[in-house]
Design a binder for this molecule. Structure first.
Ligand code: KIV
Length: 259
């Protein structure tokens, strides 16, 4: 199984790695088989699984069964559970109680939280829970940030300070979302823990994509994503073919029929 020590070693060796989101058993099994070392059960399940507009309405009770499905389905990947909005901000004790639920009830191997909540990170790490940080565009704060905009252009020092504080608190890795490439490179050089970019250019230690963006299911994918396949078109044409065969009386054929 991939461990946080393996990820630290990859940074030391200058070897880049990939992380994908996953929200259920099939993609977890497939991405694990493909050798993706880290799977994130992101609160992006809000807009990619639950049909919400953004990540804000997602609850712990919604993410727990998704995390359990992913954790049950991997052989090697490290499974990171996203702590949803409202489940950690009020302090270290709440962050610990929520994370314990993801560990005990869902089998997560690590948690991720947005922002420089350093006291919460320290509490989790000292309780044996590996923590992934997340700065830059933090979608749970989209209303505070005034939209899905690139972060760190006006005050890069604040972002660098947040990254260092999160590392000092004990996080094992940090997501940099929608950050100018030069700033992401600088943070990556100044931290000893791996940086994971999304919309942060090509200089981070790792890259993460939301799986539905990465494989062409998302209707209007964000600029930061690349679609490696067009599953939306595949599924539409497959569904049409199935419906056509049913109306023509061609499905099921002998091959799918019991006598
Ligand atoms: O929820 C999520 O999918 C994320 C990634 C975009 C990093 O936080």
């Amino acid at each position: 199984m991939t461990t946080i020590k393996d990820l630290a070693d990859l940074k030391k060796r200058g070897q880049k790695w990939a992380m994908l989101t996953s929200y259920e058993m099939m993609t977890a099994e497939i991405f694990d088989e493909a050798g993706i070392p880290v799977l994130l059960v992101g609160d992006s399940a809000g807009n990619n699984f639950f049909g919400e507009k953004n990540t804000i309405p997602v609850t712990v009770d919604e993410l727990l069964p998704l995390t359990r499905a992913v954790a049950r389905s991997v052989k090697a990947a490290l499974v990171v559970a996203d702590l949803p909005f409202g489940s950690y901000e009020s302090g270290p004790d709440l962050a610990l109680a929520t994370s314990i639920r993801f560990f005990k009830e869902a089998g997560a191997h690590a948690v991720k939280l947005e922002g420089a909540h350093t006291d919460a990170i320290k509490k989790l790490v000292s309780s044996g829970i590996p923590v992934m940080g997340h700065i830059g565009l933090t979608p749970q704060s989209v209303h505070q940030l005034g939209g899905f905009k690139v972060q760190g252009r006006e005050n890069p020092e604040a972002l660098i300070a947040a990254a260092k504080a999160i590392e000092a608190a004990g996080a094992f890795a940090i997501v940099l979302e929608m950050v100018p490439e030069d700033l992401a490179i600088q943070i990556t050089k100044e931290l000893s823990i791996p940086t994971i970019g999304i919309g942060a250019g090509n200089g981070t230690d790792a890259q993460v994509l939301v799986w539905t963006d990465a494989f062409g299911l998302t209707k209007n994918p964000p600029k930061l994503a690349k679609a490696y396949r067009n599953l939306r078109a595949e599924l539409i044409s497959g569904a049409k073919e199935f419906a056509k065969e049913v109306s023509a009386g061609e499905f099921p054929s002998e091959a799918q029929t019991f006598k």
